[in-house]
Design a protein around this ligand. Structure first.
Ligand code: SF4
Ligand code: SF4
Length: 407
């Protein structure tokens, strides 16, 4: 939403019931009413009504919000907190009341130019391709250095010629530039499940980066993605990142819903991986933008079963991990404190190895940082769930087509 667009008076929808307080990570950390959804709404509404002057404490408490949207799910009055927050954050940044760090401002400019962003992060891909992790957010993986996901998908489509439903796949900006091995795995899993994969090469960043940081520039990205995705003759648009999928969904609405790729695969009934005798245990965390943004019930059980691992939901799986898109860069101390409570169970978790699985790359970065910064002191692996369904580079096409079409 444009920062200057006036909002309807959603504030008056709030009945002050306080149901949102119990789910708010910053309220739970501080016990401060101003650091709660209800408190922030009150500060913003008083200022909008002219009863409160612009105040640095309003700016402070606005910046404290993770943007996890758990309060939206909890709210019986359906206050659209996320829309109000995004609008207010943009207003504050554009008016100079809040200033995102230089690194975020540079990154916001870079993600709008995918070719440059991919080039700029080539060193990160190279370091990761060596199996190294030199930063608390760089989880281990082996991304291709130069081949794009689009080129890889074209190659595999020609090789395997799936005949089932046809999907357009959002490859994302950071996901493609730094973590594209997850995109490659997504392509393999879809094609193995007889899904035709289309990757519009004129797609761009979904705009979530700007939404999270309050910086301008999201609208041109949304317009470009509408041009890239809406004309396509496909059965679904899919994303493997819950935050990006949520943001793209807002851009393509109401014409085209965006599906989380795991929900899409759940309807197909994905090919199962066999792991007989494995002592590994998978702990599943649910990204905020999946359950509170996209309002998904979770990750389909048949998808988790198809990983072949013994699995269970991580404790407090629906609570925020502290990532918040860019919150762990803007408010690292808060983000770490939130993560500390959520990740403590890993120190005692059973399994060999212990795997923390989720479906959002920025959550993966945050979970990786738990080990890198000493919150978790025993070894564990961080994985996207789609990677646990991956047949690997030499997979064979399923002999028969899926019994039912999606959607
Ligand atoms: S979005 Fe999350 S952190 Fe922000 S007020 Fe709502 S529950 Fe609290
Ligand atoms: S749950 Fe909704 S109505 Fe109740 S205090 Fe929070 S925002 Fe207001």
């Amino acid at each position: 939403m444009h920062p200057k667009t006036p909002l309807p008076d959603y504030f008056s929808n709030c009945t002050h019931c306080g149901f949102c307080l119990a789910v708010c990570p910053t309220y739970k950390l501080t016990g401060d009413e101003n650091n709660s959804p209800r408190g922030r709404l009150r500060l913003w509404s008083e200022e909008a009504a002219g009863r409160l002057p612009q105040d640095k404490w309003t700016d402070f408490y606005t910046d404290e919000c993770v943007g996890c949207l758990a309060c939206e799910t909890a709210c019986p009055a359906q206050v659209p907190y996320g829309e109000l927050f995004e609008h207010t954050r943009h207003d504050h940044v554009s008016a100079g009341r809040s200033k995102p760090p230089l690194a975020l401002r540079l990154a916001a400019a870079a993600v709008a130019r995918p070719a440059w962003f991919n080039l700029a992060l080539l060193p990160a891909r190279f370091i990761r391709s060596l199996g190294l992790s030199i930063h608390r957010f760089l989880f281990k993986g082996r991304p291709a250095l130069l081949q794009s996901t689009a080129a890889y998908a074209r190659e595999l489509m020609q090789q395997h010629r799936p005949t089932g439903p046809r999907v357009a796949f959002l490859t994302g900006c950071l996901m493609e530039a730094a973590f594209r091995e997850i995109n490659f795995a997504t392509v393999r899993v879809l094609i193995e499940n007889n899904v035709q994969v289309v990757i519009p090469e004129d797609q761009t960043c979904c705009g979530a980066f700007q939404e999270h940081s309050g910086l301008a520039g999201a609208e041109p990205l949304r317009a470009q993605n509408r041009r890239a995705f809406l004309p396509l003759d496909v059965d679904a648009v899919v994303s493997n990142s819950s935050g990006c999928g949520y943001s793209l969904g807002k851009s393509l609405a109401p014409e085209r819903p965006v599906r989380d790729v795991l929900a899409f695969l759940g309807e197909l009934g994905p090919v199962r991986r066999e792991r007989a005798g494995s002592r590994a245990r998978l702990y599943v965390d649910l990204p905020c933008h999946l359950v509170h943004g996209q309002k998904a019930a979770g990750i389909p059980q048949n998808v988790l079963d198809a990983t072949g691992y013994s699995w269970e939901l991580a404790p407090n799986a629906r609570d925020c991990c502290g990532s918040g898109g860019v919150y762990n860069i803007q408010k690292p101390e808060n983000a770490r404190a939130i993560l500390a409570g959520k990740s403590a169970f890993l120190n005692e978790a059973e399994g060999a190895p212990v795997i923390l699985g989720t479906s959002n790359h920025v959550c993966m970065m945050q979970w990786h940082s738990a080990g890198a910064t000493g919150l978790v002191t025993r070894p564990y692996e961080v994985s996207h769930i789609i990677q646990l369904l991956d047949p690997g580079a030499g997979f064979a096409v399923r002999a028969t087509a899926p019994a039912s079409a999606p959607c």
